[in-house]
Unconditional design. Structure first.
Length: 249
């Protein structure tokens, strides 16, 4: 999918995300693993908010996203102000990344982007693709929503966001059989004559931690650690998002 309407309002909907804190956590983990200030592949980078924060910390960035609109929004923010180190953005499916363009020492994939893929086989494809871009011993840090979050937080709930320029209705429909959530986003953007409606639909799937670690092993990674989101403690039954740290073997 293009995520065209979503791209236009993505930064509004994620304004509460502590990207700077997320970048500091990645910096801490990569530093402990001997990869401080390396080149990082930001897979499914969206509008590159995390990439911008990592660049401020001295990392080289290669951002890749399947959505042309997301990359365009990121380029608009970048403008003519280039970070001191490498900062490149490309349109690419993370399941088939071009190795020559995306070669890196580490990779990140944030804000449950992997949950958007259409099943565990696609998740494995993404893992294999990302592994192919990493040098031996490279580190992959990513997060994924948990089944608990899909079942008990997203569920069949509806969320409403009233921003100055757009009114947004987020509707969920939970399916227990595969722990997925059908998500419909309706954006009502203000115009001179009222409102114009834009709609985005997508599905997110969640998996038990053991399924993801098995997929990592299948794809040529060793799981180094798992955390309760950006905290230093391990996941617990009510963890909404797990942060995985894996190394290419």
């Amino acid at each position: 999918m293009s995520y065209g309407a979503f791209a236009a309002y993505y930064d509004l909907l994620t304004a509460n995300v502590n990207y700077a804190g997320y970048a500091r956590r990645i910096d801490f983990l990569l530093s402990r693993l001997g990869l401080a200030k390396c080149t990082v592949l930001d897979a499914a980078c969206g509008t590159a908010n995390l990439g911008f924060e990592l660049a401020k910390l001295g990392y080289g960035i290669i951002g890749a996203d399947i959505s042309f609109d997301m990359i365009s929004a990121a380029l608009d923010k970048l403008g003519s102000k280039r970070p001191k180190r490498r900062f490149e953005l490309i349109v690419s499916d993370i399941r088939s990344l071009p190795v020559k363009l995306c070669s890196a020492d580490a990779a990140v994939c944030s804000l449950d982007a992997l949950n958007h893929l259409d099943g565990i086989d696609s998740v494995k494809q993404a893992f294999v693709s990302i592994r192919g871009c990493l040098r031996r011993g490279g580190v992959f840090i990513f997060d994924m929503n948990t089944p608990y979050k899909h079942r008990c937080v997203l569920g069949d709930n509806t969320f409403v966001y009233d921003f100055p320029k757009v009114y947004t209705v987020w509707q969920n429909s939970y399916r227990e059989s595969d722990c997925s959530v059908d998500i419909t986003l309706d954006f009502f953007a203000k115009t001179d004559n009222g409102y114009r409606r834009y709609t985005e639909n997508f599905i997110e799937k969640a998996y038990p931690q053991s399924v993801i670690t098995d997929a990592l092993r299948y794809s040529g990674f060793k799981t180094e650690a798992v955390f309760n989101e950006l905290k230093s403690c391990p996941p617990h039954p009510h963890t909404e998002r797990i942060l995985y740290v894996a190394r290419r073997i």
